[in-house]
Design a protein. Structure first.
Length: 316
C-alpha cells in the first residue's frame, strides 16, 4: 500500500503546489490560465498524438472498452440526477448538473498523469482510446439534457437535435485534443514514423504535459471552494469517487474486458476528481455554479485517499 501511496501522492502534491502558488500570491491566477491553455492546446494533444501513433493495439477492438466505461457513466449520472431531484428536491437543471458532476472525470489533467505513472504505456493506450470519444459523448449528453431541462421548465419545445449536434460538432472539430488524437491515428494507420529530431521534440513537450496539467489545475482550484450545497455536493462527490469506478470495475468483469492494464487504466481514470467541464457547463447555462465548484473542490480534496484505495484494490 505504501508503494501505491508514493505513486499517487505526487499527483495531488503537484495540484497542491499550484493552489499554494496562487493562494500565497507568488503568481496570479491568470498565469495558471495561460499554463492551462498551453497544456490543453499543445502539451496534451502532442502526448495523445505520440501515444496513438506508437501504440500497439494487438488487434483489440475499442468498442468493449467504450461500453464498459459508459455503462458506469450512465448508472452514476442517473444516480446523481435522481439524488438531486428526488432527495434534495432540486429542479431538472440542477439534476442534470448533478449527473454531470457525478460522472465527468478529470481524465486530461489528472487521469493521464495518474495512468502514465501507475499503469504505464499500455494504460495510456487504453486511456487514449477512451479520450477519443469521451469529450464528445459527455458534452453532447450534458448539452442536450440541459437544454431539454431548461425548455421543459420554461414550457418551450426542444431545439432541433440537428442544430445542437451541428454546434457541438463544430466545436469538437476545432478541439486540440480531437486534432491530436486524429493526427496520431492517421500516423498509426499510415505506418510512417517521425524523424528522430522531431520525435525528440514531441517527446520532450509531451513529457511535461502531466506535471504542467496538475500544477495548472491547482492554480485554477483557488477560484472554487465549497460555497453552500454541501449536502448535495457530498452525494455527487461520493458518486464520483466511489460509485463510478465501482460500476466501471463491475462492467469490465461482466463484459470481459480482456487486458488487465486496460481495466486498471479505465477504473483509475474513472476514480479521479470531477473535471472542470462540470463548471463550464454550469457557466454556459448560468445555473448550478456552486454545486459544480463544491463537487470539484471536495473530490479533489479527498481524491488522494480514494484514488490510492482504488489503486491498491486494482493492484496497480
Amino acid at each position: 500500500m505504501s508503494a501505491i501511496i508514493f505513486d499517487v501522492l505526487p499527483i495531488f502534491i503537484l495540484i497542491l503546489i499550484g493552489w499554494v502558488i496562487v493562494r500565497s500570491g507568488l503568481m496570479a491566477s491568470n498565469v495558471g490560465e495561460a499554463l492551462s491553455e498551453f497544456v490543453f492546446k499543445i502539451a496534451v494533444p502532442l502526448l495523445l498524438f505520440r501515444t496513438i501513433a506508437e501504440a500497439d493495439f494487438h488487434g483489440a477492438s475499442p468498442f468493449r472498452l467504450w461500453i464498459v466505461y459508459f455503462s458506469g457513466v450512465a448508472i452514476t449520472w442517473t444516480a446523481g440526477h435522481i439524488a438531486a431531484t428526488r432527495l434534495f428536491n432540486r429542479d431538472e437543471r440542477i439534476g442534470v448538473l448533478a449527473g454531470v458532476s457525478s460522472a465527468f472525470a478529470n481524465n486530461i489533467f489528472i487521469g493521464l498523469p495518474l495512468v502514465e505513472r501507475t499503469v504505464g504505456d499500455e494504460g495510456l493506450v487504453a486511456l487514449s482510446i477512451l479520450l477519443a470519444v469521451h469529450l464528445p459523448v459527455m458534452m453532447v449528453a450534458g448539452t442536450v439534457l440541459m437544454e431539454h431541462a431548461e425548455r421543459k421548465i420554461a414550457g418551450k419545445s426542444d431545439r432541433s437535435m440537428m442544430l445542437v449536434l451541428r454546434q457541438i460538432a463544430v466545436n469538437l472539430v476545432r478541439n486540440p485534443l480531437v486534432i491530436g488524437l486524429a493526427a496520431g491515428m492517421a500516423m498509426h494507420l499510415s505506418g510512417l514514423t517521425m524523424p528522430t529530431t522531431l520525435a525528440t521534440v514531441v517527446g520532450q513537450i509531451a513529457g511535461i504535459a502531466g506535471p504542467a496539467a496538475l500544477i495548472s489545475l491547482g492554480m485554477a482550484l483557488e477560484r472554487y471552494g465549497v460555497s453552500g450545497n454541501l449536502g448535495i455536493a457530498s452525494v455527487t462527490s461520493a458518486c464520483k469517487l466511489l460509485l463510478l469506478p465501482g460500476c466501471v470495475w463491475a462492467a469490465s468483469h461482466l463484459l470481459g474486458l480482456s487486458r488487465p492494464e486496460w481495466t486498471a487504466a479505465i477504473v483509475l481514470t474513472s476514480s479521479v476528481p470531477t473535471g472542470v467541464n462540470a463548471w463550464l457547463i454550469a457557466n454556459r447555462f448560468g445555473v448550478g455554479h456552486s454545486l459544480a465548484a463544491s463537487t470539484i473542490t471536495v473530490t479533489t480534496a479527498l481524491g488522494a485517499i480514494t484514488v490510492s484505495l482504488w489503486a491498491y484494490f486494482l493492484g496497480a
